[in-house]
Design a protein around this ligand. Structure first.
Ligand SMILES: [Zn+2]
Ligand SMILES: [Zn+2]
Length: 293
């Protein structure tokens, strides 16, 4: 947490959004357990304990993925220990847009000597490898090393929203929920109103966050399988307009997905831990160009 706070601690939105996430998830769990599952249509069902356990498991995985996305290093490019004069590197390398994508560059903002596809984050004040975007919901950049956890967080948030909305609809539309006997079994009128109010709030929360995370999830998956981050899509659009976009070999989609989610068993993609069969085989990064080492 200290590392994440050190990276992006000065962003007030980055402090507020994770808090809203925890409040939203906490409320959803409370509403499901205290007001949706005790509804007449669900509480007598043998599936009721299963729904309680399954929803809590999804919430647990959601929070674990969120914590990993917040705390993990997104792929911050290390800075050299001592100040290095990169002026010859800057002035000696003429800008060739069609080849520059393949070359290491020096950041104008933090002076990091960075690999291809690294970008500077103006909130973290550091360069991040294959930076996708800075996300206030995790108070961190989404980059090469934590994109998997971010996507898992979106997946479980979407799943929890769908599950909660489904339970509310089942409570309302189920046979016991519609019958007068079922309504009477639900307790006094005031209690029924409170439960109905919580069900409506939960349904609206689920629809809003469910739609939001679905859109972001789709964007993330598309950026992986097209092998272009949003920043690169913007830059390529500019290069295309100048007719200077360089050729780029397109990898198979499964290879691109494995680069993000790991090379282990596909089922491991659902869990917030490393599932690479060959740890440490990724590209090596040096904070200095070879001529300075
Ligand atoms: Zn930088
Ligand atoms: Zn950032």
């Amino acid at each position: 947490m200290a590392a994440a706070a050190g990276r992006c601690g000065r962003d007030p939105c980055g402090a507020l959004c994770p808090l809203l996430t925890y409040l939203g998830v906490g409320y959803a769990d409370y509403a499901v357990l205290a007001h949706v599952l005790p509804q007449p249509a669900l509480r007598g069902s043998p599936w009721c304990p299963f729904h309680a356990a399954a929803f809590n498991l999804i919430v647990l995985l959601l929070l674990a993925c969120h914590a990993r996305a917040v705390l993990a290093d997104p792929g911050v490019v290390p800075l050299p220990d001592t100040a290095i004069d990169f002026s010859d590197l800057r002035s000696g390398a003429p800008r060739k847009p069609e080849r520059s994508q393949e070359d290491w560059t020096v950041c104008d903002h933090c002076e990091a000597y960075r690999p291809p596809r690294a970008h500077h984050c103006r909130i973290c004040h550091r360069c991040v490898r294959r930076m996708d975007h800075h996300c206030p919901w995790i108070n961190n950049c989404v980059g090469e090393l934590n994109q998997k956890y971010f996507i898992q967080f979106l997946f479980y948030a979407g799943l929890a929203s769908l599950y909660a909305a489904g339970l509310v609809l089942a409570a309302w539309l189920g046979p016991a929920g519609r019958s007068p006997a079922g309504m009477a079994a639900g307790g006094d009128v005031a209690n029924n109103r409170v439960q109905t109010a919580h069900c409506i709030i939960l349904l609206l929360e689920s629809l809003f966050f469910g739609a939001f995370v679905t859109v972001v999830f789709y964007d993330q998956v598309m950026s992986i399988i097209t092998d272009k981050t949003p920043l690169e899509q913007l830059r390529n659009r500019g290069l295309k307009e100048m007719n200077r976009e360089g050729p780029r070999p397109l990898k198979p989609k499964l290879v691109l997905l494995r680069e993000v989610f790991g090379r282990g068993f596909v089922l491991c993609w659902l869990f917030p831990w490393s599932c690479s069969t060959a740890p440490g085989t990724g590209p090596m990064y040096s904070p200095l160009p070879s001529r300075y080492v």
